[in-house]
Design a protein around this ligand. Structure first.
Ligand code: CO
Length: 294
């Protein structure tokens, strides 16, 4: 009798332990064991000069999270098509995530390598949302782009100040070229300029496709009687915009417009992701999604 009771207690405890284990691991029924992955998503670039930025991020992410496989996707179909013609096959986020489902990843941190929470980021949010609804992954979480919170803004300001070339004198200006967008998040650029100028009144932020434009920047530089500017891309890569719209010889490039206005230009062709101080911001943002996978 006693042994029968003992036996049923053992069976009871055994099943308790099994169900506790299931709850603890989130491993119900035949769900696979946890397999974490990171998907890095950039706009993409077909310029060879841009690859150094992506390589820097890739190297840093793998060093920071050595046990987690890293995959890449480019959001721009134009760039993907161009690269495909050169025999380089890059996936869209949708294809990359489908492949990760196929590879039985259960927890995926999707990290946006964009600069602001603009249109590209919000498109990516929709894709991540669709994969959430599919319920193929146990968790899929999107990490913020570089400039999202006030804390990020402060890190960006510090990174910009740190990366200004040493030969620049106080009376010289630094003009950053942001991408700019029709998206409401375009306001980040003017907000960045305000916070930069609290530290250094001769640092300006303009954009190719939004506000502030180059005409506003030019007028402001002339009003301040600036004679020399350092032009720097405020984009992760020194790609087409940096090479042509910023530093090109065409008459509508920023270099040509400012030179014509009598301001000497020194273009710096280096994307933000080439500098560790910027790259670390994206790398650190992956910690957000990963912290929910514990
Ligand atoms: Co563009």
């Amino acid at each position: 009798m006693k042994s029968k009771r003992l036996m049923s207690m053992v069976v009871f405890v055994y099943f308790c332990l099994i169900s506790m284990n299931c709850l603890a691991s989130g491993n119900h029924g035949n769900q696979p064991a946890k397999k974490m992955g990171i998907l890095l998503v950039a706009f993409g670039s077909s310029e060879a000069s841009a690859q150094v930025s992506f390589e820097n991020i890739d190297k840093k992410v793998k060093a920071a999270y050595p046990d987690i496989p890293v995959r890449w996707a480019y959001t721009s179909s134009i760039i993907r098509d161009k690269l495909a013609k050169q025999g380089k096959n890059l996936d869209s986020p949708e294809v990359a995530l489908s492949k990760m489902l196929d590879e039985k990843f259960t927890h995926v941190a999707v990290q946006s390598l964009h600069t602001i929470c603009g249109a590209e980021y919000h498109d990516l949010r929709r894709t991540v949302g669709a994969f959430k609804l599919l319920k193929g992954f146990q968790r899929i979480i999107l990490g913020y782009p570089a400039m999202s919170t006030q804390k990020d803004m402060e890190r960006i300001v510090a990174a910009i100040i740190e990366t200004i070339p040493k030969e620049r004198r106080e009376k010289d200006a630094v003009v950053l070229m942001g991408h700019g967008t029709h998206h409401p998040s375009n306001v980040f650029y003017a907000a960045l300029m305000f916070q930069l100028q609290l530290r250094d009144p001769n640092v300006f932020v303009g954009t190719v496709e939004g506000y502030p434009g180059i005409d506003f920047i030019k007028e402001t530089l002339l009003k301040k009687k600036i004679k020399k500017v350092f032009l720097m891309p405020f984009m992760s890569v020194a790609g087409d915009h940096a090479k042509n719209d910023m530093a090109g010889n065409e008459e509508d490039s920023w270099k040509s417009i400012l030179t014509k206005a009598g301001i000497q230009c020194v273009p710096i062709l280096k994307g933000t992701a080439e500098y560790d101080s910027f790259a670390d911001i994206w790398v650190d943002h992956i910690r957000g999604p990963l912290s929910h996978f514990k």
